[in-house]
Design a protein around this ligand. Structure first.
Ligand SMILES: NC(=O)C1=CN([C@@H]2O[C@H](COP(=O)(O)OP(=O)(O)OC[C@H]3O[C@@H](n4cnc5c(N)ncnc54)[C@H](OP(=O)(O)O)[C@@H]3O)[C@@H](O)[C@H]2O)C=CC1
Ligand SMILES: Nc1nc(O)c(N)c(N[C@@H]2O[C@H](COP(=O)(O)O)[C@@H](O)[C@H]2O)n1
Length: 227
Protein backbone atom coordinates (compact mmCIF):
# COMPACT_ATOMS: atom_id res chain seq x y z
CA UNK A 1 0.00 0.00 0.00
CA UNK A 2 1.35 3.47 -0.92
CA UNK A 3 1.02 6.07 1.84
CA UNK A 4 0.95 9.72 0.76
CA UNK A 5 0.91 12.37 3.49
CA UNK A 6 -0.48 15.80 2.63
CA UNK A 7 -0.51 18.83 4.91
CA UNK A 8 -0.39 22.61 4.92
CA UNK A 9 1.72 24.59 7.37
CA UNK A 10 2.78 28.13 8.08
CA UNK A 11 6.46 29.02 7.41
CA UNK A 12 7.19 28.06 11.02
CA UNK A 13 5.79 24.55 10.50
CA UNK A 14 2.48 24.92 12.33
CA UNK A 15 -0.64 23.05 11.20
CA UNK A 16 -2.95 25.32 13.15
CA UNK A 17 -2.95 27.82 16.01
CA UNK A 18 -2.61 27.01 19.68
CA UNK A 19 -6.43 26.96 19.79
CA UNK A 20 -6.30 23.83 17.56
CA UNK A 21 -9.18 24.99 15.43
CA UNK A 22 -9.38 24.44 11.70
CA UNK A 23 -7.40 27.11 9.87
CA UNK A 24 -7.30 27.72 6.11
CA UNK A 25 -3.62 27.76 5.22
CA UNK A 26 -4.00 26.61 1.61
CA UNK A 27 -5.43 28.88 -1.08
CA UNK A 28 -7.79 27.84 -3.91
CA UNK A 29 -5.07 26.36 -6.14
CA UNK A 30 -3.76 24.19 -3.33
CA UNK A 31 -7.23 23.05 -2.26
CA UNK A 32 -7.83 22.03 -5.88
CA UNK A 33 -4.58 20.04 -5.89
CA UNK A 34 -5.64 18.37 -2.62
CA UNK A 35 -8.98 17.46 -4.21
CA UNK A 36 -7.09 15.84 -7.12
CA UNK A 37 -4.99 13.85 -4.65
CA UNK A 38 -8.15 12.77 -2.83
CA UNK A 39 -9.72 11.66 -6.09
CA UNK A 40 -6.69 9.48 -6.81
CA UNK A 41 -6.80 7.74 -3.41
CA UNK A 42 -8.65 4.64 -2.25
CA UNK A 43 -8.93 6.01 1.28
CA UNK A 44 -8.20 9.20 3.26
CA UNK A 45 -6.94 8.89 6.85
CA UNK A 46 -6.81 11.35 9.76
CA UNK A 47 -6.17 11.00 13.47
CA UNK A 48 -9.04 11.39 15.91
CA UNK A 49 -7.48 14.70 17.05
CA UNK A 50 -8.25 16.12 13.61
CA UNK A 51 -11.80 14.75 13.67
CA UNK A 52 -12.43 16.37 17.06
CA UNK A 53 -10.81 19.68 16.03
CA UNK A 54 -11.99 20.05 12.42
CA UNK A 55 -14.95 17.68 11.93
CA UNK A 56 -13.73 17.09 8.35
CA UNK A 57 -15.77 15.57 5.55
CA UNK A 58 -12.82 14.25 3.47
CA UNK A 59 -14.94 13.91 0.33
CA UNK A 60 -13.97 14.68 -3.27
CA UNK A 61 -15.33 18.18 -3.84
CA UNK A 62 -15.38 18.48 -7.65
CA UNK A 63 -18.27 16.63 -9.29
CA UNK A 64 -16.38 15.70 -12.48
CA UNK A 65 -13.74 13.92 -10.38
CA UNK A 66 -16.47 11.89 -8.67
CA UNK A 67 -18.02 11.04 -12.04
CA UNK A 68 -14.65 9.87 -13.37
CA UNK A 69 -14.17 7.63 -10.35
CA UNK A 70 -17.61 6.09 -10.91
CA UNK A 71 -16.84 5.57 -14.62
CA UNK A 72 -13.70 3.72 -13.55
CA UNK A 73 -15.74 1.37 -11.35
CA UNK A 74 -14.69 3.04 -8.09
CA UNK A 75 -16.91 4.58 -5.42
CA UNK A 76 -17.52 8.32 -5.92
CA UNK A 77 -15.51 9.13 -2.80
CA UNK A 78 -12.53 7.38 -1.23
CA UNK A 79 -13.16 5.55 2.03
CA UNK A 80 -12.56 7.55 5.22
CA UNK A 81 -10.26 6.22 7.94
CA UNK A 82 -9.90 7.47 11.53
CA UNK A 83 -6.98 6.39 13.73
CA UNK A 84 -8.77 6.36 17.06
CA UNK A 85 -7.61 3.94 19.77
CA UNK A 86 -10.41 4.75 22.23
CA UNK A 87 -13.25 5.16 19.72
CA UNK A 88 -13.72 8.87 20.51
CA UNK A 89 -15.00 9.67 17.02
CA UNK A 90 -18.48 11.19 17.50
CA UNK A 91 -21.16 9.12 15.69
CA UNK A 92 -22.61 12.39 14.33
CA UNK A 93 -19.28 13.42 12.78
CA UNK A 94 -19.40 14.85 9.25
CA UNK A 95 -17.48 11.77 8.01
CA UNK A 96 -20.64 9.73 8.45
CA UNK A 97 -22.63 11.58 5.81
CA UNK A 98 -23.41 8.27 4.10
CA UNK A 99 -21.38 9.10 0.98
CA UNK A 100 -18.40 6.84 1.70
CA UNK A 101 -17.26 3.82 3.69
CA UNK A 102 -15.71 4.68 7.05
CA UNK A 103 -13.06 2.60 8.85
CA UNK A 104 -12.23 3.31 12.48
CA UNK A 105 -8.86 1.86 13.51
CA UNK A 106 -8.92 1.19 17.26
CA UNK A 107 -6.77 -0.20 20.06
CA UNK A 108 -7.76 -3.11 22.25
CA UNK A 109 -9.30 -1.04 25.07
CA UNK A 110 -11.95 0.95 23.23
CA UNK A 111 -15.22 0.88 25.23
CA UNK A 112 -17.70 -1.52 23.65
CA UNK A 113 -20.62 0.93 23.81
CA UNK A 114 -18.69 3.49 21.78
CA UNK A 115 -17.70 0.85 19.24
CA UNK A 116 -21.34 -0.19 18.96
CA UNK A 117 -22.38 3.45 18.43
CA UNK A 118 -19.89 3.73 15.56
CA UNK A 119 -21.02 0.45 13.99
CA UNK A 120 -24.61 1.70 14.13
CA UNK A 121 -23.72 4.65 11.90
CA UNK A 122 -22.04 2.30 9.42
CA UNK A 123 -18.39 2.28 10.52
CA UNK A 124 -16.22 -0.78 10.05
CA UNK A 125 -14.10 -1.16 13.18
CA UNK A 126 -10.62 -2.63 12.69
CA UNK A 127 -8.89 -3.44 15.99
CA UNK A 128 -5.09 -3.22 16.02
CA UNK A 129 -3.79 -2.45 19.50
CA UNK A 130 -0.16 -1.80 20.48
CA UNK A 131 1.50 -2.09 23.90
CA UNK A 132 1.12 1.65 24.57
CA UNK A 133 -2.64 1.43 24.06
CA UNK A 134 -2.54 3.29 20.76
CA UNK A 135 -3.27 1.92 17.34
CA UNK A 136 -0.51 -0.31 15.96
CA UNK A 137 -0.22 1.41 12.61
CA UNK A 138 1.70 -1.28 10.65
CA UNK A 139 -0.87 -3.96 11.43
CA UNK A 140 -3.82 -1.57 11.02
CA UNK A 141 -2.50 -0.58 7.59
CA UNK A 142 -2.09 -4.28 6.68
CA UNK A 143 -5.79 -4.67 7.48
CA UNK A 144 -6.65 -1.69 5.25
CA UNK A 145 -4.54 -3.17 2.48
CA UNK A 146 -6.38 -6.49 2.84
CA UNK A 147 -9.64 -4.52 2.53
CA UNK A 148 -8.48 -3.27 -0.90
CA UNK A 149 -6.78 0.03 -0.08
CA UNK A 150 -3.75 0.34 -2.41
CA UNK A 151 -3.29 4.11 -2.11
CA UNK A 152 -3.86 5.80 1.24
CA UNK A 153 -3.75 9.58 1.58
CA UNK A 154 -3.12 10.87 5.12
CA UNK A 155 -4.31 14.41 5.92
CA UNK A 156 -2.92 14.79 9.45
CA UNK A 157 -2.66 15.77 12.14
CA UNK A 158 0.80 16.14 13.64
CA UNK A 159 0.59 13.27 16.16
CA UNK A 160 -0.42 10.78 13.48
CA UNK A 161 2.14 12.07 10.96
CA UNK A 162 4.97 11.72 13.50
CA UNK A 163 3.95 8.11 14.23
CA UNK A 164 3.84 7.29 10.53
CA UNK A 165 7.39 8.56 10.08
CA UNK A 166 8.43 6.74 13.26
CA UNK A 167 7.04 3.49 11.88
CA UNK A 168 8.61 4.04 8.45
CA UNK A 169 5.21 3.99 6.75
CA UNK A 170 5.38 7.19 4.65
CA UNK A 171 6.19 6.90 0.93
CA UNK A 172 5.55 10.50 -0.15
CA UNK A 173 4.94 13.88 1.50
CA UNK A 174 3.24 16.88 -0.14
CA UNK A 175 3.66 19.97 1.98
CA UNK A 176 2.09 23.31 1.17
CA UNK A 177 3.82 26.14 3.06
CA UNK A 178 1.72 29.29 3.34
CA UNK A 179 3.49 32.65 3.59
CA UNK A 180 2.68 33.59 7.15
CA UNK A 181 3.76 32.84 10.72
CA UNK A 182 1.50 31.26 13.34
CA UNK A 183 3.89 30.77 16.25
CA UNK A 184 3.13 29.39 19.69
CA UNK A 185 4.85 26.47 21.40
CA UNK A 186 1.49 24.77 21.94
CA UNK A 187 0.43 25.01 18.30
CA UNK A 188 0.46 21.65 16.46
CA UNK A 189 3.30 21.10 14.01
CA UNK A 190 3.77 18.81 11.02
CA UNK A 191 5.30 16.09 13.19
CA UNK A 192 4.59 16.18 16.92
CA UNK A 193 4.70 13.01 19.03
CA UNK A 194 7.87 12.55 21.08
CA UNK A 195 10.20 13.66 18.26
CA UNK A 196 13.36 12.08 16.88
CA UNK A 197 16.72 12.50 18.65
CA UNK A 198 19.38 10.42 16.89
CA UNK A 199 18.12 9.06 13.63
CA UNK A 200 15.82 11.04 11.37
CA UNK A 201 13.71 10.16 8.36
CA UNK A 202 15.58 11.27 5.25
CA UNK A 203 13.39 12.97 2.64
CA UNK A 204 14.29 13.42 -1.01
CA UNK A 205 13.01 16.73 -2.38
CA UNK A 206 11.59 15.83 -5.81
CA UNK A 207 9.64 19.00 -6.70
CA UNK A 208 9.23 22.66 -5.68
CA UNK A 209 6.38 24.77 -7.07
CA UNK A 210 4.90 28.22 -6.33
CA UNK A 211 1.19 27.86 -5.60
CA UNK A 212 -1.24 30.55 -4.45
CA UNK A 213 0.99 32.82 -2.34
CA UNK A 214 3.02 29.91 -0.96
CA UNK A 215 5.11 26.97 -2.06
CA UNK A 216 4.39 23.29 -2.59
CA UNK A 217 7.18 20.92 -1.62
CA UNK A 218 7.03 17.28 -2.74
CA UNK A 219 9.24 14.69 -1.10
CA UNK A 220 9.85 10.99 -1.48
CA UNK A 221 10.89 9.17 1.64
CA UNK A 222 14.15 7.23 1.80
CA UNK A 223 15.85 5.38 4.64
CA UNK A 224 16.30 6.67 8.16
CA UNK A 225 19.81 8.11 8.64
CA UNK A 226 21.96 9.53 11.46
CA UNK A 227 22.74 13.25 11.40
N1 LIG B 1 -3.09 22.26 8.14
C1 LIG B 1 -3.28 20.98 7.92
O1 LIG B 1 -2.93 20.45 6.85
C2 LIG B 1 -3.94 20.15 8.96
C3 LIG B 1 -4.16 20.66 10.23
N2 LIG B 1 -4.67 19.86 11.22
C4 LIG B 1 -4.75 20.40 12.58
O2 LIG B 1 -4.00 19.53 13.44
C5 LIG B 1 -4.62 19.49 14.73
C6 LIG B 1 -4.90 18.06 15.12
O3 LIG B 1 -3.69 17.34 15.16
P1 LIG B 1 -3.35 16.37 16.37
O4 LIG B 1 -3.88 16.94 17.64
O5 LIG B 1 -1.90 16.08 16.28
O6 LIG B 1 -4.24 15.10 16.09
P2 LIG B 1 -4.17 13.85 15.08
O7 LIG B 1 -5.20 14.06 14.05
O8 LIG B 1 -2.78 13.53 14.67
O9 LIG B 1 -4.72 12.68 16.04
C7 LIG B 1 -3.90 12.23 17.10
C8 LIG B 1 -4.64 11.19 17.91
O10 LIG B 1 -4.74 9.98 17.16
C9 LIG B 1 -4.82 8.91 18.08
N3 LIG B 1 -3.87 7.84 17.77
C10 LIG B 1 -4.15 6.52 17.89
N4 LIG B 1 -3.11 5.80 17.57
C11 LIG B 1 -2.11 6.64 17.25
C12 LIG B 1 -0.77 6.45 16.86
N5 LIG B 1 -0.24 5.23 16.71
N6 LIG B 1 -0.02 7.53 16.64
C13 LIG B 1 -0.55 8.78 16.75
N7 LIG B 1 -1.82 9.03 17.12
C14 LIG B 1 -2.60 7.96 17.37
C15 LIG B 1 -4.47 9.48 19.45
O11 LIG B 1 -5.67 9.64 20.20
P3 LIG B 1 -6.19 8.39 21.06
O12 LIG B 1 -5.08 8.03 21.98
O13 LIG B 1 -7.43 8.84 21.71
O14 LIG B 1 -6.42 7.32 20.05
C16 LIG B 1 -3.88 10.82 19.14
O15 LIG B 1 -4.06 11.77 20.16
C17 LIG B 1 -5.85 20.36 14.65
O16 LIG B 1 -5.54 21.65 15.12
C18 LIG B 1 -6.15 20.42 13.14
O17 LIG B 1 -6.83 21.61 12.81
C19 LIG B 1 -5.02 18.56 10.97
C20 LIG B 1 -4.87 18.04 9.72
C21 LIG B 1 -4.29 18.77 8.62
N1 LIG C 1 -4.51 20.97 2.53
C1 LIG C 1 -5.03 21.60 3.60
N2 LIG C 1 -4.91 22.95 3.72
C2 LIG C 1 -5.41 23.56 4.79
O1 LIG C 1 -5.27 24.89 4.88
C3 LIG C 1 -6.09 22.85 5.77
N3 LIG C 1 -6.60 23.49 6.85
C4 LIG C 1 -6.21 21.45 5.60
N4 LIG C 1 -6.86 20.72 6.51
C5 LIG C 1 -7.25 19.34 6.26
O2 LIG C 1 -8.44 19.28 5.49
C6 LIG C 1 -9.49 18.69 6.26
C7 LIG C 1 -10.82 19.32 5.95
O3 LIG C 1 -11.43 18.60 4.94
P1 LIG C 1 -12.92 18.92 4.42
O4 LIG C 1 -12.84 20.23 3.71
O5 LIG C 1 -13.82 18.96 5.59
O6 LIG C 1 -13.23 17.81 3.48
C8 LIG C 1 -9.03 18.93 7.67
O7 LIG C 1 -9.58 18.10 8.60
C9 LIG C 1 -7.54 18.68 7.55
O8 LIG C 1 -7.25 17.32 7.48
N5 LIG C 1 -5.67 20.85 4.51
Amino acid sequence: MDVVVNAATSVDGKLSTRCREQLRISGPEDFDRVDRLRAAADAIAVGVGTVLADDPNLGVKEEQRRVTRLQNGRPAHPARVVVDSRARTPPDAELFDGDASVYVLTGTDAPEERLEGLRQVGATVLEAGSDDGRVDLPSAFDALSAAGVDRLMVEGGGELIFSLFDDGLVDELSLYVGSFVIGGREAPTLADGKGFTETFPELELVDVKRLDDGVLLTYEIGDTVCR
